[in-house]
Design a binder for this molecule. Structure first.
Ligand code: NAD
Length: 486
């Protein structure tokens, strides 16, 4: 399947870049195969898109929240009807398996639009009792043109989130998807454009330096909502600081999973497997990639987990029987391999399963890696500190509860965490002490719309995904005070 050349969306029209150049999108499941092409947007294209969003804001902000919400619900319904088409494109361009990842992601996008459409009428203010002769009330007003920048690992889910939150709140948006995975986002934008006025949503395609930087620095942009790596997050924050502009940063993670000895081992193995997002090749910001196992269950737990990993099927993303697909591109593939090599060079490290990928056979045709566990790891090593963003789990034994919590918190990240125990006291004590924006107890699932989501520490700041997140990140509060005795 080749989706061909797909134009970008500016002012309700599907356009090429002014420079006329394009960027090929590779199929990670088959090295060297091109899935489609998109325009190579640059500063002048970003300027056109921002100007169109700036003009559209004047009318869109005046549409009642209820009517804006109605458009979102229609978009959600239309996405659901065309979810299969979107899912196939996601699988092709990201390498994510259609059954375990891409189809659920397309359905999640529909759900996100429906959720924000449903809560649109809750964009409301309060009356403040300042005195008998004063009427003081607040309004939640949109901010203006939002610059949304997203990564490749969950392109449609994250695009749906930025579009639904920003536009439901009355802002207009210029969205820049990753040049690694822009095609499914454009397919979804095509559906959105059927229900939105020209300019409310613009999608510019291009690289980070040629298209992302001009968007972050454009003086008509009033808010930046960025999801991506910690390194680029810093440059986005600098761009925000330059113009005193609000910024939301959803960055990376190195999330801990703490397993207590009383947890049901087989159930916890299944949960740890899910939480590590092995079926997305570990390419998830919330992947529970540091496994802290109590020493009394360390061996038996890992034995069961290894058995589980050996049973999953790695292969072509579009094959319905595939559990786990391919890593996004060569650079990321090489990066993950170098982390594995470095980890295995450490004294005492033990490779429990997986390891370096095969150099021949069917899996060598794409950027495929086996799910990997490295045991006996020290929390100090780089493989336990840095986000690998690949299917590599490190296992670390512990003796005392405080020691497990201390190690879990010894990280510059703080996005997610997972606690496995049947003891409710231990579970909540641990959950309260962990420095992360989201702690799950006895489950390792993905985010559900309605739940505020975001990081502690260098995993970012600001919350998204919920009504509260939308109000906090995409509106500004205005107070109005009226003297009734005038
Ligand atoms: P990245 O930071 O390299 O790129 C993210 C986006 O920023 C892309 O669209 C890219 O083109 C753009 N970009 C790159 N340089 C830029 C610049 N100088 N100025 C403006 N834009 C620029 O991240 P990635 O490799 O695409 O994605 C992986 C990262 O995303 C991981 O760190 C992962 O943890 C993180 N992530 C976080 C969340 C979350 O919700 N917290 C969700 C998904 C992914």
């Amino acid at each position: 399947m080749d989706v061909g050349y797909q134009r970008m969306l500016i002012n309700g029209e599907w356009v090429e870049s002014l420079g006329g150049q394009s960027i090929p999108v590779e199929n990670p499941g088959r090295k060297g195969t091109i899935v489609g092409e998109v325009p190579r947007g640059k500063t002048e294209d970003v300027e056109r898109a921002v100007l169109s969003a700036f003009r559209a804001f004047e009318t869109w902000k005046k549409v009642s929240p209820r009517d804006r919400g109605r458009s979102m619900i229609s978009i959600g319904e239309a996405i659901e009807v065309r979810a299969e088409e979107i899912a196939k494109i996601i699988a092709l361009e990201t390498g994510n398996a259609i059954r375990t990842q891409s189809r659920p992601e397309a359905m999640l996008a529909a759900d996100i639009f429906r959720y924000f459409g449903g809560v649109a009428s809750e964009i409301k203010g309060e009356i403040v009792p300042l005195g008998e002769n004063l009427l003081s009330y607040s309004r939640r007003e949109p901010i203006g043109v939002v610059g949304g920048i997203i990564p490749w690992n969950s392109p449609v889910g994250l695009a749906a989130l930025k579009i639904a939150m920003a536009i439901t709140a009355g802002n207009t948006l210029v969205l820049k998807p990753s040049s690694e995975a822009p095609l499914a986002v454009l397919a979804m934008a095509r559906i959105c454009s059927e229900f939105l006025p020209p300019g409310a949503l613009n999608v510019v395609t291009g690289t980070g330096s040629e298209c992302g930087i001009p968007l972050a620095k454009n003086p008509l942009v009033r808010k930046l909502s960025f999801t991506g790596s910690r390194e680029i997050g810093k440059t986005i924050m600098e761009a925000g600081a330059e113009r005193i502009m609000p910024v939301t940063l959803e960055l990376g993670g190195k999330s801990p999973q703490i397993v207590f000895p009383d947890a049901d081992e087989q159930q916890a193995v299944e949960g740890v497997f899910l939480a590590m997002r092995f079926t997305r090749q570990g390419q998830s910001c919330t992947a529970g990639s540091r496994l802290f196992l109590h020493e009394s269950i360390y061996d038996s737990f890992l034995e069961k987990l290894v058995k589980k990993l050996k049973s999953i099927k790695i292969g072509a993303p579009l094959d319905e029987s595939t559990d786990m697909g391919a890593i996004i591109n060569e650079t990321q593939f090489e990066k993950v391999c170098s982390f594995v090599k470095e980890g295995l060079r450490q004294k005492g490290a033990i490779l429990l399963t997986g390891g370096l990928p095969p150099s021949e056979g069917p899996l060598a045709q794409g950027y495929f890696m086996e799910p990997t566990i490295i045991g006996n790891v020290s929390n100090e090593w780089r493989i336990a500190r840095e986000e690998i963003f690949g299917p590599v789990l490190v296992a670390i034994p512990w003796k005392e509860e405080e020691e497990a919590i201390r190690m879990a918190n010894e990280s510059h990240y703080g996005l997610a965490a997972f606690v496995w125990t049947h003891d409710i006291g231990k579970a909540l004590r641990t959950a309260h002490q962990i420095e992360s924006g989201w702690v799950q107890v006895n489950q390792g699932v993905g985010i559900v719309p309605g739940q505020s989501y975001g990081g502690f520490k260098q995993s970012g700041f600001g919350r998204e995904y919920s009504l509260e997140g939308m109000l906090e990140s995409f509106t500004q509060r205005k107070s109005i005070t009226v003297n009734l005795q005038f």
